[in-house]
Design a protein around this ligand. Sequence first.
Ligand SMILES: Cc1ncc(COP(=O)(O)O)c(C=O)c1O
Length: 384
Amino acid sequence: MRTATVTIDPNALTHNLKQVKKRAPSSKVLAMVKANAYGHGVAMVLPALQQADAIGVASFTEALEARQLGWTKNIGLLEGVFSAREWQQAIEQDCSAVIHHQPQLDWALANIPSPDSATRVVWLKYNTGMNRLGFNYQQTIAAAKQLNEAGFQLILTTHFANADDRDHPLNAKQIQRFSEMLTLLKSTVNKNIQGSLCNSAGVVNFPEHHYDWVRPGIMLYGSSPVVDQSAKALNLQAAMEFGARIMALSMVNTGEAIGYGSRWIADQPTRTALVSIGYGDGYPRVVNEEACVCVLAKNKQDNSVQSYLCPVRGRVAMDMIVIDVSQMPEDISLDSKVILWGSSPHVDEVAAQAGTIGYELLCRLSTRPDRLKNHNLRCHLIQF
Ligand SMILES: Cc1ncc(COP(=O)(O)O)c(C=O)c1O
């Protein structure tokens, strides 16, 4: 049977959540599980994120899914609601919503939830420089006053545009604008207004600005959120292993080319293996010549498992890739396991080889691979 698997390690998720809490010990954690938990599968990750104070989603449909899966704690709708009807549905599902523009403010003020409803807490979005969602300076003050008078509890929030790059000049501006607004609202509107500034990169790069709530996403899944430190350096564990199997072995003679477009030409006799994975599963077609996969091979003498980093040769096709196994023992088993990403290679490395970010690779996995859960994923992942 063709094998392509996405295996999730709940222990890695729990470990990564602990790392967030270590870095932000005084803040509550809203764990981002939008986009099907960054491709990991929301049903797979929720049990491992029980220690989070809330989860964050991008749409009401995602919130409903989490409720149906039994998530009883708070859910933040990070883009807010898209209609008056959806505001009512948010109330019914006890979700808190971002309010980032006038229509959302109008819907909220026209339909005020009961005092014990989670929807009475709103995340008021202030545009500090990202220039996507959020009110400007005057609008934020006016909205805060109206919402406060109507009995809502407020969390002032904003989103960094460049938190992955600590020295980017906009970071200091965004922090200053946010902190001045929070101070102003606390002194003129309500001293209990809370603040939320940091995504994963902010958690790592701006420890002095964590405020009441942090909103980590990518670091929970084991990817590095910052440009200058690897996941390993940040003590984050890959929560996903993307795997396949060797499906055929072959030999390519000097001067012969491999795959579509005949892009890669062997300059010496090359032992190759065909691997049951392609862009139809979510492996990126655009990886460069540095791309490698990890092959796990059983040593037939003592049954120990050895790992080999093998380069990808020629174009990635829809259902398969070819790898160079010249450095491996000749008696490779046909069903040897291949890791496209996991502990090694890390999804951040594959993303760099594909000219993108780990977020995109994780979210773009197709529905074809089998979805598995393995609490002991790390036991059989080899560290390099
Ligand atoms: C408003 C907001 N907060 C937090 C996050 C989490 O970001 P990250 O995955 O970089 O931690 C996102 C993700 O896009 C977001 O939009």
